[in-house]
Design a binder for this molecule. Structure first.
Ligand code: SF4
Ligand code: SF4
Length: 319
């Protein structure tokens, strides 16, 4: 795996600071049942990092103390963490919206037969990766058979009421196949809706269009192919200053499986921790009752991936 940070560390990306906190994105561990080529986590079946009981307690304590409105669970496959269901139930019990960043194939894995029912029962928002509506493209990026398994997962969710406009939100996530900017979100959403609806009878609420980040597995592949600098230049040249106001790090905090904080999941993967009061690394417990508003956000050249064109975030294009 090639390191990408040394190629992005000297940056002219504008300085930005935190706004009021809305979302805690908790990475429950890097284990995944898939090993996608575009993965910015380098997740896979052999990764062993998993959030443990003491950190789960820290997460719940922080959510309560900081008045977090949305708890966004990611990984790897977050559902593989043994505390996943407990975290969901405890967060929902105190009125917090919970997002499960679901790869869809996990719904068919051994031991996960009742996962879809669990998510529906707890009214968890499902944000599901489906980087294309064409089988070949999905399988090329995510592995053979993934498209078919994803369609099975979507049908299962639809059967439970997801995507039907009755409060069980099912959002899909698109990212380009290679080092290009994503297409316009609205137009692509219409294509997804038509294609998945007509061909497979699948319904969903929103399509989020994300840019690929030049880090981890995707960034390393670009370096191997000699395409890294070209892609970075593409992102830089497409910079739109208006996107700065709404990049997700302004209102979202990312926490890793050990409880350490970052301005976003990408910074977590680059090991660029959130600095607070002169300390280079900050744990959830250090800021339980702190107001992080105004704290400087750690930016490097990869941040151009969030501000290029229509903008990109965990909630899709920036409005
Ligand atoms: S992109 Fe998602 S599903 Fe694919 S390996 Fe990474 S975490 Fe797993
Ligand atoms: S990568 Fe994006 S979300 Fe993360 S710190 Fe940079 S601008 Fe913010």
């Amino acid at each position: 795996m090639h390191a990408t940070l040394p190629r992005m560390a000297i940056t002219d990306f504008p300085a930005i600071g935190r706004l009021a906190l809305d979302t805690l994105q908790a990475n429950l561990g890097y284990k995944c049942n898939q090993s996608c080529v575009h993965c910015h986590v380098n997740a896979g079946p052999t990764r062993t990092e998993q959030m443990t009981r003491p950190t789960v307690e820290d997460v719940i304590a922080f959510v309560e103390a900081a008045g977090v409105r949305t708890l966004d669970l990611t990984g790897g496959a977050p559902e593989l963490n043994p505390f996943f269901r407990e975290i969901v139930e405890r967060a929902r019990a105190i009125g917090v919206r919970v997002i499960d960043r679901c790869n869809l194939t996990i719904l068919g894995e051994p031991g996960q037969d009742d996962l879809a029912d669990f998510l529906a029962r707890n009214r968890v928002t499902v944000v599901a990766s489906l980087p294309c509506y064409l089988e070949d493209n999905v399988d090329r990026q995510r592995g053979k058979g993934v498209f078919e398994s994803s369609i099975r997962g979507l049908r299962r969710l639809n059967a439970l009421g997801y995507g039907a406009g009755c409060g069980l939100d099912l959002d899909l996530v698109y990212n380009p196949q290679g080092p290009v900017l994503p297409p316009a979100q609205d137009a692509l959403e219409r294509d997804y809706r038509r294609h998945l609806g007509e061909r497979y009878g699948i319904a969903f609420d929103r399509l989020y269009v994300l840019a690929n980040m030049p880090i981890q597995r995707f960034g390393s592949t670009l370096i191997s192919k000699g395409e890294f600098e070209h892609y970075l230049a593409l992102l830089r040249n497409a910079y739109q200053p208006r996107n700065l106001a709404s990049v997700m790090c302004r209102s979202l905090l990312s926490v890793d499986w050990r409880g350490y904080l970052y301005d976003c999941d990408f910074n977590q993967m680059l090991d660029l921790p959130l600095a607070w009061q002169g300390e280079p690394r900050t744990h959830l417990r250090d800021v339980l009752h702190a107001d992080l508003t105004g704290n400087p956000i750690v930016v490097k050249d990869h941040c151009y991936g969030c501000t290029a064109g229509q903008g990109s975030s965990c909630g899709g294009a920036l409005g």
